[in-house]
Design a protein around this ligand. Structure first.
Ligand SMILES: *Cc1c(COP(=O)(O)O)cnc(C)c1O
Length: 276
């Protein structure tokens, strides 16, 4: 009845064959590095971090033969705009600093939001829970929304995340009070300096810290280690993260190339913050 909704993005959604080839090769290379680093039996998921990159870059990797499913975004508005025009079987991962007032709308409006990795307060968890509840009332069969509790393992002021000592109580809140959320595990970003200092002999301290936080969470909540996954590792440090036990790495620039400045991005968030 309203076919226009599916049409207007046609020109923009052309996938350039040359660009698609570069992206496919980059993705294959990262997948190869992941599998050669991972000597364990657990699978390691790759989130392709597409923030500030155009929707047709995502489409290029989501289409066969790559058929990649997991894409990560940092800005709520950008994720929502892309989710509207891209295939519904994409599994969107919100990995950026999350504002409390964006939580409910994001979880309500994006049915294929697959995980939110940056939960660091009960308030945000509660708002996500409310939004997912509304989405589930709208969409039969929609499951709970997976979330990671973000932990500030590096103690840097500007980083989001709960203090390591506070992680277990937020995890407990999510499990006890948010029936539309599923506690999937823990996430950390880690300090750039530590990832630069990482060698084959000395792993990134932040990743070691996150594994210890998991031990604590498991102990306090009576969970098994394999019930609490770890999301850690980016372009510069994902191999170290995997050696430390990461279940999920989030890789952007090594797949999509350097990012444009936020204000130059094609599909971008409503302008806010970034002052002072
Ligand atoms: C941007 C971002 C990434 C990806 O970073 P790259 O260095 O481009 O791989 C991963 N995790 C988070 C939380 C990010 O904001």
């Amino acid at each position: 009845m309203a076919p226009d909704i599916d049409k207007p993005q046609q020109p923009e959604m052309q996938v350039n064959a040359q660009r698609a080839k570069v992206l496919s090769e980059n993705l294959a290379h990262i997948l190869q590095r992941i599998s050669s680093t991972n000597t364990s039996k657990r699978p390691v998921r790759l989130i392709a971090v597409s923030k500030l990159k155009p929707a047709n870059d995502i489409l290029a990797l989501h289409q066969p033969p790559n058929s990649h499913l997991y894409f990560g975004e940092n800005y709520a508005q950008e994720l929502q705009s892309k989710a509207e025009i891209l295939p519904k079987d994409i599994r969107w991962c919100f990995i950026g600093a999350l504002q409390t007032n964006k939580c409910k709308g994001l979880a309500r409006d994006v049915g294929n939001l697959w995980c939110v990795s940056s939960v660091d307060s009960e308030k945000k968890a509660n708002e996500l829970d409310k939004g997912r509840k509304m989405a589930r009332e709208r969409e039969q069969g929609l499951g709970r929304l997976r979330v990671h509790v973000q932990v500030n393992t590096s103690g840097e002021e500007e980083k989001s995340g709960v203090e390591p000592a506070d992680a277990a109580s937020l995890c407990k809140h999510i499990r006890d009070a948010c029936e539309n959320l599923e506690l999937a595990g823990l996430m950390t970003i880690g300090a750039i300096a530590r990832s630069k200092a990482t060698t084959a002999e000395t792993e990134n301290e932040d990743f070691v810290t996150l594994t210890k936080v998991r031990d604590q969470v498991c102990k306090e909540l009576g969970l098994q280690q394999d019930e609490v996954e770890l999301s850690m590792g980016m372009s510069d440090d994902f191999e170290s993260a995997i050696r430390c036990g990461s279940d999920e790495v989030r890789v952007g620039s090594s797949i999509f190339g350097e990012r444009p400045a936020k204000q130059d991005a094609k599909i971008k968030d409503d302008v806010e913050e970034q002052k002072g």
